[in-house]
Design a protein around this ligand. Structure first.
Ligand SMILES: [Zn+2]
Length: 192
């Protein structure tokens, strides 16, 4: 079985499957017996032909502007800001964004209240929904202030299991770890 399933959201370099089991299709490439995503997009696993592809149309590449809502993945969390790899733009999920697709969330743009410790709000690997507040800078400046913005999927820092929401907490059903995040109100509802 591949590491990923149809519908999973991936960014370039993500491991998809081994080359013994699958063949790289569109948007995927093989290196040293492993298949990786070449594009940002949604995985398509064809069990019949054993092709694994990453679905993202590059025609009509959208550019980001202020007010756009994006989906991305947290790549790094520092004291003052978190780095995000921007995966898709709401309403244009079928289109790949032009690289480098890097965004940054400043600690002051994380939540409506005062945030003391950014590593309590975001962790590496989290999938976030954020709003573009300045598209003219690189990285693009993002905000997760607002009930519908923030982490939509988070993973246990100890064992990488997707965390389950229990009120204001996130609980790992595998190891019992309890964590917190700046969650979107539809955390893990399967909505991008
Ligand atoms: Zn865990």
């Amino acid at each position: 079985m591949p590491e990923v399933s149809t519908g999973d959201f991936v960014v370039p370099g993500d491991f998809l499957a081994t080359a013994e089991e699958f063949v790289p299709g569109n948007g995927a490439y093989e290196e040293n017996g492993k298949i990786y995503a070449a594009n940002t997009g949604v995985v398509l696993v064809d069990a019949r032909t054993k092709h694994i592809s990453v679905f993202s149309r590059t025609a009509g590449v959208p550019t980001l502007k202020r007010g756009d809502i994006i989906i991305g993945r947290i790549e790094e969390v520092r004291d003052q800001n978190a780095t995000v790899v921007i995966g898709s733009l709401r309403g244009r999920e079928d289109r790949a964004l032009p690289p480098p697709n890097l965004g940054s969330i400043h600690i002051s743009q994380t939540d409506a209240g005062y945030v003391k410790d950014l590593s309590r709000e975001f962790r590496v690997g989290d999938i976030v929904r954020a709003k573009v507040i300045n598209a003219n800078r690189e990285p693009v400046q993002l905000s997760t202030v607002g009930e519908d913005l923030g982490v939509i999927v988070a993973f246990c820092s100890r064992c990488r299991t997707p965390l389950t929401r229990q009120g204001k907490k996130l609980v790992c059903e595998s190891c019992g770890n309890v964590e917190f995040r700046k969650m979107a109100n539809d955390y893990r509802k399967g909505v991008l």
